[in-house]
Design a protein. Structure first.
Lengths: 483, 321
């Protein structure tokens, strides 16, 4: 077999490799891609890599990094080499996530109404009521189709055994879907011929499916519902995505100051006067949604919005209060939720999780800080995290103090050496890098819709296990094969 | 259209027009110095440049053409510098990205990359006016793309208003800086080949158009007449205000509200100044006071437009659907 020049120094690793099942032996679904890449000289890869960077820069597809000088815009690094999933692998993911999201929706409905699962002792009361994302205001609020989670971004990783497991559920305002879609379109322009005869399932239906899911949240009124996307504004790191989705769906992008509540109904301020709004796809956290109910210092929200919502005069996707179900401690109970509500065994497993709120588990965590990954339960984006094997003694000491001061706020998981995929790094060589997979799940009118693909995020720093864009991560196009 | 979007399109266009004006003035000044090699450059020219751009308070830091160019083109602290205006225009564009076309966005983003990555030290070695040409061409391309890729609906009209109300004020101000006060008899003096006058015309891309109208015989009176009162030349104040009125009328129709609104009335009144104005009367009454009147009326149009479409109070009868 010809060996791709760029693969010349590709080191086999101990982890599951997405592309190879033995050194220089590509898995069947990667064979023709590998052979094609073998014919492309490094210079050509460099040229295409730079073409893709230029393409992102020219389109202004950038995100803002927090904690740096204000207004630092960066592009999200894009890796040229796609990741390929077989139809069979995808079928498992699809079934597993449908099952999981169904249970999570039932859980949310339950805890905001009867709270049976708590009464039956499957999940401790305090686990739910101490979550900072639990919203008492949502008790007994009726929602169309009992639909709480409209958009979920579920993070999967592949274990050394090759199994996909769920690492995190993101049920508030998950981002990144625009990168899933633009990675594909950049891939098509940079490597047009690579697509031919590959039998890749298309992903362009995402925007229509999102629109359909959002429409189902509309209050019953005459005519086509007026749907808008609510952004925190241009300083939000995902602002590009908000404009992207607004354009893809053909709906208006609004900021809090564009909306007013009048007679318990929501309107947008137009040059011609006020126009009624039926559904808001909000990309704004609960805390900032309505200063009259949540954080009073929020300048981003809409005063009176929550009352209009509770009265059923406007739909919100996602519903208020979904964060309690993606609390990293509540996460540990999802397999039990699946058994409780659906009477099924989970198709996709969780990562083993130690809850620091439980004295015994806390002891174990404190004794093994150097081996575990510790996470703050309410955080996302890779913030508030300790990766034991890569940490210093001072960092571990700091986390020990954090955990003891507020045990409920922390969980720990074994450090999983999740799978690697070949990446074109430093513009000169192909090397394995760790990669996860965020899959976007849409729900509405009782249907679950999952776009075949997702965002494969890579930890571009050698050996790093952190894939978040804010922490030096990049992404690759993800192909799901028809068969 | 969303009120905020209207507001941002308007400012996007205003800032871009301002950036273009500054770039053009710099370009003219720089190429003018090439045309008079060896001659002692009168300080006056660079001072006037600062005055035209309302940057006279920076005079101390602008002792040389290099310093002046650095300040007016690349100083982020200066609100009217090319870089500040392009950054502001792009920032406004970024916030209405779902309204404008991708082509427009990519072009203004490109302009922004162009000015943020440029280094004056390097440009100065070579030919700095090439750089300003590139900016002006980029802006022109943006206008062309706006015209050919954006629906000519309200969004287009708010862009037009921003662009032309800014232009009217910039050109009026430029005339005031250059020609006021001046003894009356000087207005009619023929000054053929006066590089300063040619520069004024070039600052409004008007030299060739002026020559076609009046031949190459240059008098200040005719330059003022042309740049102020011509209704067909795109950089003339009169032409610009016609565009403003046209777009305000279109918006009134599109938003289904009567044209008797104050904003349309003010725009009409402002236009009357130019429509029935006569150059000798303007000069006799004082160019400065005429320009002041234009500026005051423009400010009123701006405010009335905001009250009508953008910051209106919420009244029940404006509620639809």
């Amino acid at each position: 077999m010809t060996q791709a020049s760029a693969f010349a120094h590709y080191s086999a690793s101990d982890y599951y490799d997405e592309m190879f099942d033995a050194p220089h032996q590509p898995r069947p679904q990667f064979r023709s891609l590998f052979e094609r890449l073998a014919t492309i000289p490094i210079e050509e890869l460099q040229r295409r890599q730079s073409a893709s960077t230029q393409s992102f820069l020219r389109q202004g597809i950038t995100f803002t990094v927090y904690g740096h000088e204000e207004g630092t815009e960066r592009i999200f690094p894009f890796d040229l080499i796609p990741r390929i999933l077989t139809a069979q692998e995808w079928a498992t993911i699809e079934q597993g996530l449908t099952q999981r999201i169904t249970a999570l929706n039932l859980f949310l409905k339950d805890i905001y109404t009867e709270a049976r699962i708590l009464a039956d002792g499957v999940i401790p009361h305090e686990m739910v009521y101490t979550s900072k994302h639990y919203r008492r205001e949502m008790r007994k609020v009726e929602l169309p189709f009992d639909s709480y989670v409209t958009v979920a971004g579920i993070d999967l990783i592949r274990t050394p055994q090759g199994e996909f497991v769920v690492l995190e559920d993101n049920l508030r305002t998950p981002s990144g879907v625009s990168y899933m879609l633009t990675d594909r379109s950049v891939m098509k322009t940079v490597f047009p011929r690579l697509f031919q005869n590959h039998g890749v399932r298309p992903i362009y239906g995402y925007a229509q499916q999102l629109l359909a899911s959002l429409s189902s949240l509309a209050p019953q009124r005459q005519g086509k519902p007026n749907i808008v996307i609510l952004t925190p504004g241009v300083y939000n790191s995902a602002y590009y995505e908000h404009t992207f989705l607004a354009r893809q769906m053909g709906i208006r992008l609004v900021e809090g100051r564009d909306l007013v509540v009048h007679n318990n109904r929501v309107y947008m301020r137009k040059t011609s006067g006020l126009e009624r709004v039926d559904v808001i796809y909000r990309r704004l956290d609960d805390d900032f949604l309505d200063p009259l109910v949540f954080r009073p210092d929020s300048m981003l929200g809409v005063p009176g919005l929550f009352n209009a919502y509770r009265a059923g005069n406007v739909g919100l996707g996602n519903a208020v209060g979904t964060g309690v179900a993606d609390d990293k401690a509540v996460y540990a109970y999802v397999p039990r939720m699946i058994r409780y509500y659906l009477d099924q065994d989970p198709i996709l497993q969780n990562v083993e999780t130690y809850i620091c709120g439980e004295p015994k588990e806390r002891e174990y965590v404190l004794a093994n800080l150097d081996k575990l990954v510790v996470k703050a339960v309410g955080e996302s984006g890779g913030y508030g995290m300790l990766i034991g094997p890569h940490s210093t003694a001072e960092e571990r000491e700091a986390f020990r103090e954090h955990i003891l001061a507020n045990p409920r706020n922390y969980i720990a998981q074994p450090t999983i050496q999740f799978s690697v995929a070949p990446c074109f790094v430093d513009n000169q060589t192909i090397e394995p890098r760790h990669v996860d997979l965020r899959v976007y799940v849409l729900c509405g009118d009782g249907q679950v819709r999952i776009t075949p693909g997702g965002l494969s995020r890579v930890a571009l720093r050698k050996g790093s296990l952190v894939v978040n864009s804010s922490q030096g991560g990049g992404s690759k196009d993800t192909w799901v094969m028809f068969e | 259209m969303l009120s905020r979007v209207a507001d941002q399109l308007y400012w996007m266009a205003r800032y871009l027009e301002r950036a273009e004006h500054t770039a053009r003035l710099l370009n003219v000044a720089l190429s003018q110095s090439l045309e008079e090699p060896g001659r002692v450059v009168p300080d006056d020219r660079w001072n006037k440049l600062l005055l035209c751009l309302n940057a006279e308070d920076q005079a101390e830091k602008c002792q040389t053409p290099y310093q002046t160019t650095a300040m007016l083109a690349f100083d982020r602290q200066l609100r009217n510098s090319v870089i500040s205006c392009i950054a502001a225009a792009r920032e406004n564009a970024r916030q209405v990205r779902e309204t404008i076309s991708s082509e427009m966005w990519e072009r203004i983003n490109h302009l922004h990359l162009l000015v943020t990555t440029a280094r004056l030290e390097e440009l100065w070695e070579d030919q700095p006016s090439d750089f300003f040409w590139e900016i002006l061409n980029g802006a022109t391309l943006f206008h062309g793309l706006t015209s050919s890729t954006l629906r000519h609906d309200e969004s287009w009209d708010f862009i037009q208003i921003g662009r032309y109300i800014e232009r009217a004020q910039l050109v009026a101000h430029l005339l005031k800086v250059h020609f006021d006060p001046l003894p009356l008899e000087q207005f009619s003096e023929v000054r053929d080949g006066d590089l300063g006058l040619i520069a004024v015309l070039r600052s409004c891309t008007a030299f060739e158009a002026y020559c076609q109208q009046y031949t190459a015989r240059l008098t200040i009176r005719e330059i003022v007449e042309y740049l102020l009162l011509d209704r067909e030349f795109p950089h003339a104040v009169h032409f610009s205000l016609l565009q403003v009125r046209e777009s305000l009328d279109a918006i009134a129709t599109a938003t289904d509200t009567a044209k008797t609104r104050p904003v349309n009335r003010y725009a009409g009144r402002l236009l009357t100044l130019l429509e029935y104005g006569q150059v000798d009367e303007v000069l006799q009454g004082g160019l400065a006071s005429f320009v002041k009147e234009v500026e005051e009326h423009s400010a009123r149009v701006h405010e009335a437009m905001y009250t009508a479409y953008i910051t209106y109070p919420i009244e029940a009868h404006r509620v639809m659907g």
